[in-house]
Design a protein around this ligand. Sequence first.
Ligand code: MN
Length: 498
Amino acid sequence: MLETKNYKFWFCTGSQDLYGDECLRKVADHSAKMVEGLNASGKLPYEVVLKPTLISQASIRKTLNDANADDDCAGVITWMHTFSPAKMWILGLKEYRKPLLHLHTQFNEELPYDTIDMDFMNENQSAHGDREYGHIVSRMGIERKIVVGHWEDPAVQEKIGSWMRTAIGVIESSHIRVCRFGDNMNNVAVTEGDKVEAQIKFGWEIDHYNINDVVEYVNAVPQGDISALTDEYYSKYGIILDGRDPAEFRKHVEVQAAQEIGIEKFLVENNYQAVVTHFGMLGGMKQLPGLAIQRLMEKGYGFGAEGDWKVAAMVRLMKIMTQGIEGAKGTSMMEDYTYNLVPGKQGILQAHMLEVCPSVAEGPVNIRVCPLSMGNREDPARLIFTAKTGPAVATSLIDLGNRFRLIINAVECKKVEKPMPNLPVGTAFWEPKPNLAVGAEAWILAGGAHHTAFSYDLTVDQMVDWAACMGIEAVVIDENTNIRDFKNELRWNSIAYK
Ligand code: MN
């Protein structure tokens, strides 16, 4: 995975000076214990850092602006231990630009029945203070996540951890630079889009090069490096010769090894984290990069085929959001290819010409060299495998001309009934929620593409929250989707998002 920062989240407790020093000492003590507990929970992917209790407009404004300026701070978690008059928060919130979590909790889990008195009530009133604070955030129209419950509850901690990954996606979005070799495939509509608007909304820098700019890098890779990487492939993956001569087969694989090294060098030197290719625009490339791109995706680069820069950026984004997840199941570009329409066994076979990320693989990963049915180059080497089972999300970011829409489909990945020995590509097979008929109808109504950015390791809610922070429309297709309501949602959204 490409390196990202060691991000931290600031924990800001709100109060006021009405209660006296003794009370504020308790507030600070409770906050410290909570931050310590959250960090020790093992549920948070990033560290929480305690900030001094905020009791005035000046301290709120300064702290939130410090958070803006601190490159390591990926977001702020706010909590009103006591009552914090919310007009104090207006200027700070107005100037704050990073992801915001409102943790609606309190220090004690249970009412202290035997000892509770009015002092206790006044000192532990987040039920009261968090409503005052929430009011001003809503009135100001600021996007934030609200998590409700006791801070020691593992479910609450998991929600905070999940939001942290969304926040990283928000912060890192503006660090994504996409390298396009060639333009989008001619005549294709859904891979098009407004790159200026994408930079305004998401911060993505989307540049263009001639494919021969990188061919020079590929051709300059020393044979020793090519041999060493090819040896690594041979030790790591199975080899399926399909009756080809072993020496000729290896030559085909070496072309991909040179491409992996050359393309990555180009991306590193020019600071790109995502890349697109186009099978119809290969210049001096001997093969369409297949295995090479699969390996780069596995390392953490985003990828989109046929010039699809939106998918390339989304795959990169989702890889960043899932960074460091223990037992991660994988994130990849996918393409809706062909259906199984047998009742009770319905689903969509997912693949691409070559470029599916092996991070999603389960079982053996093998190399094959096969002809491409499109283009006019050598038979490319590629990794083939089948993908894992279980729940996942498939997303499609589309440009509707006046706005972006993110379509988010909950899907259930399954094994296909029988092996497909003649299919020379990595595949997944999934049934969209709530079922194929409704899921596919809703997807098509929403204008979703055939290319998707797909992950087993993210939830629908994380993607919805990301879209909300980006200020774009998101529609969800999941177990609660029905077509009548979905059509109305699209109709209403066309008014709400302009
Ligand atoms: Mn495609």
